[in-house]
Structures are given as structure tokens and as C-alpha cells.
Design a protein around this ligand. Structure first.
Ligand code: GLN
Length: 195
């Protein structure tokens, strides 16, 4: 299994570290030819969603990534990655990848004091550490979206088919639960393909 990590901006190296610890092959996606390399999944890291979106556009990566997600390729977006995958952003006209049927609120915890750490349950996988950095949360989720985690009543992790998002940063902790969950998602897609 090989996972591409979008490496235009933000916390991509940390995701590579988590994948390395799990023994999962990974490579950086920096330009259009990279996305053509064989891969079984893609991680869109945290960073600054507006900057990342502009770079995706400029590098001609936005459409190919949107297409591969639409055709079932597993994707995991953290923080800014969640914002890019959301179909809508509250009070903003922000174009992005927009494939997941959720609405998100950017900088939902305030800009300055928006960074904090807590613990919470992630799906049925048990408790995980959750690091939030100027994070969004999910304000609306369509009925096909499975809510995987909430903090103070706000949705902070969710899945819809081949798309997984977290408002927090598992790659900034030693806990590999969420990355393992993503790897399992990919394994299931691969099984379906070969069935
Ligand atoms: N606040 C950033 C944004 O709106 C996201 C922050 C993050 O990815 N840590 O893009």
C-alpha cells in the first residue's frame, strides 16, 4: 500500500512520520506528475486552507484530486484538509475540493486562543489525544456522514464513504489510531476492488 501526502504547505512531514511508524510507504505530492504515480490513498494536511487552495489551483492539482476522490480514492483531511474537502464553509464563499457533504466553520474556536489539547473518543476505537490549532469544526453533516468524534457537542471527526476528516491533528501526537483507521479504510477499498 502506498499513500500520497499533499506536500504544498503545512504539516505534511508529520503525516509522513505517522505513516513511516506504521510501515506504510508514502510519497509527497507536490506537482501534477506526482498525482499520476500509483497510490491507494491521499492525505491532505493541516496548514492554511486559502494558501493551499491557491497552490492547488496554480499547480493544476485541484481537478485531478477532486476527480480521484469522486471515483472512490480514500482521502484523509486534517484541519485545513477538512476545510478543503467540505462542500460548504459557513459564511464564506471559499472554493476548494468540496467533495464531502459537510459544512465547516473556519477558525471556529477563535483565531488567537484557538489552540488547545484534549482527549476524546474516536469512533469505536477508544480515546485519542486531540490537538487543535486554529481549527474548524463541522457545523452540518448530511445523513450519509458518520460522526466519529465530538468535543463540547461540536463534530470534530467524520467519515463519508472514502472520505475521512478530523479537525484535530493526530499527526502531531504519538497516537497512531486515526492513521490506522485510515489504513483500514484503504484496505477495505482494495478488497472491494479485487473482489
Ligand atoms: N485555520 C486554518 C485554515 O483556516 C486551519 C488551521 C490548521 O490547519 N491547523 O485554513
Amino acid at each position: 500500500m502506498t499513500i500520497g501526502v499533499l506536500a504544498l504547505q503545512g504539516a505534511f512531514i508529520e503525516h509522513e512520520g505517522s505513516l513511516d511508524k506504521l510501515g506504510i510507504e508514502n510519497f509527497e505530492v507536490r506537482k501534477k506528475s506526482d498525482i499520476l504515480k500509483p497510490h491507494d490513498g491521499l492525505i491532505i494536511p493541516g496548514g492554511e486552507s486559502t494558501v493551499m487552495c491557491r497552490l492547488l489551483n496554480d499547480l493544476d492539482l485541484l481537478d485531478p484530486i477532486r476527480e480521484e476522490i469522486k471515483t472512490g480514492m480514500p482521502v484523509f483531511g486534517t484541519c485545513a484538509g477538512l476545510i478543503l474537502l467540505a462542500e460548504r464553509i459557513e459564511n464564506e464563499e471559499e472554493p476548494g475540493i468540496n467533495t464531502m457533504h459537510i459544512e465547516a466553520k473556519r477558525n471556529a474556536y477563535g483565531r488567537q486562543l484557538g489552540s488547545f489539547e484534549t482527549h476524546g473518543n474516536f469512533g469505536s476505537e477508544g480515546e485519542v489525544p486531540m490537538v487543535f490549532i486554529r481549527a474548524p469544526y463541522i457545523t452540518k453533516a448530511s445523513e450519509n456522514v458518520e460522526v466519529l468524534a465530538k468535543v463540547d457537542g461540536k463534530i470534530v471527526a467524520a467519515r463519508e464513504g472514502n472520505e475521512l476528516v478530523t479537525a484535530f491533528h493526530p499527526e502531531l501526537t504519538d497516537d497512531l489510531t486515526v492513521h490506522k483507521y485510515f489504513v483500514d479504510m484503504i484496505k477495505k477499498v482494495k478488497l472491494k476492488k479485487t473482489a
